[in-house]
Each structure stands twice: as C-alpha cells, then as structure tokens.
Design a protein around this ligand. Structure first.
Ligand code: TGC
Ligand code: FAD
Length: 387
C-alpha cells in the first residue's frame, strides 16, 4: 500500500465526516479560485477583494460563532482546517479570514453587548462589513502593554488619540477594533470608517504578504460613542484573548503552506533530470523531502491535538504558543528548502515556494514573534518571566 505523501499518517481518517467536508469545500475553493491567480496577485501586490463574498458564502467568516449571529457555528478543528486549506493557497487569504474572524468578530462576540453583536456580526459574517484589529504600535509590537494610544472619557463619548502600525486590512476595513489605555485600564473600541479624525494609510514596498492589505491607523481626537466601547473586558487580557484565537488558527495555517511547497518539489524533482537521473533519485533530495514529510506529519498531529483540546475546553495559551512557534518554524524552513530544490526556477512566482517562504517571514513575526512564544514556554517551564 502506498501512503499519501502529503498525509503520511492518514490524519484525514482521524477527522469526522463533517470536518472532512469543510476541508474539502475550502480545498476546492482554493484549487479553483485562488491558486490560478495568486502568483499575479502577489506580483501586483493586490488582495483580491472579489474573494470576500465567496469566502462569506462558504461560511468561513466567524465560522466558530453561533448561528444566531449568521455564523456557521463550526468546531475549532473545522476552523483549523479552514486556515490550513486557505494558507495552502496563500497566507494573505488566511490572514484576511483570521483577522475578520478571530480578531474582529471574536472580540465583539466575547466582550461586546448583545446590541453590539447584533449590530455588527451578521454583516461581518456576510463579508459586508470588514474589520481590522489595532493593537501594535510602531515603537514595539512585542510589548503591547507599552501602547501610547489613549482614550479619555468626555460625557457619553471617548476622545481617542494615537496610532497603530502594521494593521492587516487597515485601508479596506469598515470598522477597526482599537485597543487604548484609559483611566480604567486598556479597553477596546469599535472605531468606524468616516469618524472625524480617523485616517488610514497603506504600507507599500512589502516583500512579504503582498496579496494582503497592511497599513497604519491614525486617531486625531476621534470622538467615539460609549456605545462603541466593548463593555465586558478591561486590561491586556482583552487583546491577548483575541490573539489566542488567531494564533490557534495560525498553528494550522502554515501546514498548508508547507504541503503546497512539498507537493510542488515532489513533482519538480521527478521531472528535473540532472547528471542523467531525476533530482528525486538522488539521496540528498530524498533526505530533504523525507525530512519535510517528517516535520509536516509532526505539525499535523500537533495541530489536531491542539484543536481537540480547544474543542474540549482544555486549551491554554501556552499550548498555542508552542504550536504556533513549531508550525511556523517548520513551514518557513520547508519553504526555503523547497525554493532551493527548484534552483533558479524557484526565484519566480511561477512556482509557489518563494511566495510561501516570503509570506512566512510575516507569519513567524506577527501574532507574537518566535522569540515571544519561546519565552512563553520558557516561563512555563521555569516559572521565571524573562521578557
Ligand atoms: P501579562 O501582563 O502577564 O498578562 C496580562 C493578562 O493577560 C492574560 N494573558 C492572556 N490571556 C489570553 N490569552 C493569552 N495569550 C494571554 N497571555 C496573557 C494574563 O493572564 C493576564 O490576565 P490578568 O487577568 O491577570 O490581567 O502579560 P504577559 O506577560 O503574559 O504578556 C507578555 C507577552 C509578551 C506574552 C505579550 O505581551 C505578547 O503576547 N506580546 C506579543 C504581542 C502580539 O502577539 N501582537 C500581535 C498583534 S495582532 C497581529 O499580529 C495580527 S496579524 C494577523 C494576521 O494578519 O493574520
Ligand atoms: P519588535 O517587537 O520590535 O521585535 C523586534 C525583535 O525583538 C524581534 O526579533 C523580537 O522577537 C525581539 N524581541 C522582542 N522581545 C524580546 C525579548 N524580551 N527578548 C529578546 N528578543 C525580543 N498587529 C496588529 O495589531 N494587527 C494586525 O492586524 C497586524 N497585522 C500584521 C501584518 C503584517 C504583515 C505584519 C508584518 C505585522 C502585523 N502586525 C499586526 C504586527 C505584528 O504583530 C508585530 O510586527 C509583531 O508583534 C512584532 O512587533 P514589532 O514588529 O514591533 O517587532
């Protein structure tokens, strides 16, 4: 019996019928709608906004939230599989879905009032209202407690001043979930496009996540109604709680990038004849590809265990840190190695490896850099905070 080279341990058979159905539906969308155009979109530094209604129609926005808000009410494993399949297409597309779902819809659901949920979630699930999440500031994203953005109460409004940097969806968003210091601790505000004093600017010249919108947010005495403040959380645990949701998805996503790269080099090295034999027939290429399959298999098992823990309500942020760190590192190493196996052909976007490798430079940095996650685990092991 020959094994599936992209699923050596037949992890698919560990998934329920419903889980496999979601995976297959997203895989079809990625194969037919994303892969044929992604090279050009990346070259043109364009996020294909025409995908938004289609991912909404598939139920991928806020997919874990309850049906009463127009969401698909899927399990955590299903959300993970969605991220994996989307990122097999491109990290930019998975980023879009992560930000909308885990960083914007989740805080409205978890920390918002019922009125706020009904106001925003159904139209966000339909892709009609797009969100962005403003936590990072230019002076240091790893240490968000040091944010300078501040909101001061003025009657039934808050006056917001400051700025946010490196924000996915910044210039295409209708609403921004913005975290700011207040006299009562860090709080979250829903800032709406068009509010006076609120502006955005796209960040150009990116060599990574080119098929994704990244920008800055500026707040110059923006008057935000108290009705737009998320009432049910105060302190850094608010934004960090959202990050745990998004990092969970990112623990799955890069498996997709790695699979796309391995699939590509398996085919290429069989066709590429050098010194009278296919590159795939050399020991060094086989060892490299075997190593990739080993690391992908371990990452798949780790992600599935993480997902099962989350669905059982037993997942803690430290579990997520280890998986995000391991699976991003696995994928970036594989993408770079695959680029090498493609030789010169590997430097253009006609092949996938370099695009994934470049994207993963962002993925390993955002949502907590590799160092941040290593230090979270170090603190767990030793009980000593080394930040
Ligand atoms: P500490 O001050 O000890 O804790 C503050 C409170 O937060 C709680 N907490 C968490 N809650 C939920 N999830 C987590 N992951 C949590 N980590 C901590 C903690 O229990 C405490 O609660 P309480 O009730 O006692 O007040 O903070 P810390 O020392 O744990 O945090 C330090 C550190 C470095 C880990 C944290 O600041 C950090 O994670 N920094 C990295 C920042 C980051 O990841 N930024 C990402 C920005 S968003 C983004 O990148 C989006 S890209 C998305 C895309 O395009 O796909
Ligand atoms: P820094 O925090 O300045 O880190 C610089 C270096 O210092 C890193 O190598 C880091 O690991 C290291 N370092 C940090 N702390 C320590 C320590 N204690 N010991 C040793 N080394 C340390 N943010 C949002 O809020 N919303 C978004 O939607 C969003 N989207 C993004 C999209 C892209 C494409 C990118 C690139 C970033 C995005 N970010 C977003 C920001 C992202 O979360 C930050 O880039 C990230 O948290 C790191 O912050 P920084 O870039 O300021 O780097």
């Amino acid at each position: 019996m020959s094994l599936n080279p992209l699923d050596l341990y037949d992890i698919q058979s560990m998934l329920s019928e419903e889980e496999n159905a979601v995976r297959e539906a997203v895989a079809r969308f990625v194969d037919t709608r994303v892969i044929p155009v992604i090279g050009n979109a990346f070259d043109e530094a364009r996020f294909p906004v025409e995908w938004i209604p289609e991912v909404a129609e598939l139920g991928l926005l806020g997919s874990s939230l309850p049906a009463k808000y127009g969401c698909a009410e899927l399990s955590s494993v299903q959300y993970g599989l969605i991220c994996q399949e989307l990122e097999r297409g491109d990290s930019g597309l998975r980023s879009f879905v992560s930000v909308q779902s885990s960083l914007c819809m989740y805080p409205i659901y978890a920390y918002g009032s019922e009125e706020q949920r009904m106001r925003w979630l159904p139209s966000m699930a339909q892709g009609k209202t797009i969100g962005c999440f403003g936590l990072t500031e230019s002076h240091g994203g790893s240490d968000p407690a040091n944010m300078k953005t501040r909101a001061v109460k003025d009657g039934d409004h808050w006056v917001l001043n400051g700025s946010k940097m490196w924000i996915t969806n910044a210039t295409i968003a209708d609403i921004a979930i913005v975290w700011a210091h207040t006299d009562e601790g860090i709080q979250g505000f829903v800032v709406e496009k068009g509010m006076e004093g609120f502006s955005t600017q796209e960040i150009k010249h990116k060599m990574s996540l080119r098929a994704s919108v990244t920008g800055a947010l500026f707040f110059d005495n923006v008057r935000v109604p108290d009705a737009n403040r998320l009432p049910n959380v105060k302190g850094l645990k608010g934004p960090l709680g959202c990050l745990t949701q998004a990092r969970y998805g990112i623990s799955w996503g890069p498996i997709g990038s790695a699979i796309a790269c391995l699939e590509e080099v398996l085919a290429y090295t069989k066709e590429r004849i050098l010194f009278d034999r296919p590159v795939a027939a050399t020991q060094s290429a086989q060892i490299k590809m075997a190593e990739m399959a080993r690391r992908i298999t371990l990452a798949q098992l780790l992600a599935l265990r993480l997902g099962r823990l989350k669905d059982e309500g037993k997942m803690v942020p430290q579990h997520v840190s280890l998986a995000k760190w391991n699976n991003c590192r696995m994928a970036i190493d594989i993408a770079r190695e695959c680029r090498d196996l493609l030789g010169g052909a590997g430097i253009t976007t006609e092949h996938h490896a370099i695009r994934h490798a470049l994207n993963l430079e962002s993925v390993i940095t955002y949502e907590g850099t590799e160092t941040v996650h290593q230090l979270v685990i170090g603190r767990e092991l030793t009980g000593i905070n080394a930040f």
